[in-house]
Design a protein around this ligand. Structure first.
Ligand code: HEC
Length: 152
């Protein structure tokens, strides 16, 4: 009867303590503490891995700025980092140079620049024999192409 109700397990009615709250229980009130704990963990990791590439660790789409992309400021550095070692004028693997706008625009126009970096079917995925680039550089190249692939 009613006398039994106050003896029931208190955990079912209220968070008992910090460790209980921190557990990943994605019901009603459980989600906020879980998110806060995850955020705290990410902050800790980002400080611990100060010298690691942030974009690799956190492919965070919200922090990737894709407005008004510039070929020289945004696209060339990406190509230099991930592609140019194999696709430069002196050593153009597969006959493909990605050095300079006049070369790059050919692969924008035939669609292969975007397809290879997005690992879409029908092309050899790039960078060759490596993981996909992080999301942000892919989004920036995509955005630059959508913005008309200007030589700016
Ligand atoms: C380690 C060397 C290497 C790197 C790094 C590399 N490529 Fe390539 N790429 C190649 C080789 C080799 C081929 C020819 C592959 C084949 O035909 O089997 C190729 C082919 C291509 C092709 C033609 C693919 C097709 O199927 O028609 C494109 C476009 C391309 N690369 C773009 C890129 C881009 C963009 C990057 C950087 C994100 C990149 N590559 C990085 C070596 C590389």
């Amino acid at each position: 009867m009613h006398s039994a109700s106050h003896k029931s397990n208190p955990i079912r009615h209220q968070p008992a303590n910090q460790s209980e709250r921190g557990r990943a229980r994605f019901g009603r009130s459980g989600i906020l503490p879980t998110l806060l704990a995850a955020l705290g963990l990410l902050t800790t990791i980002s400080q611990a891995c100060y010298y690691d590439n942030k974009e690799d660790l956190f492919p965070d789409t919200t922090s990737c700025q894709t407005d008004s992309m510039s070929f020289s400021q945004h696209i060339v550095p990406i190509l230099n980092t991930y592609c140019i070692s194999c696709h430069n004028n002196a050593s153009a693997q597969a006959g493909i140079s990605l050095e300079g706008y006049s070369n790059v625009i050919n692969f924008v126009n035939d669609g292969r620049l975007l397809k290879t970096i997005k690992h879409e079917p029908g092309v050899v995925p790039m960078p060759l024999n490596q993981d996909k680039m992080p999301e942000c550089p892919i989004q920036r190249i995509d955005a630059w192409i959508q913005q008309g692939a200007p030589d700016n």
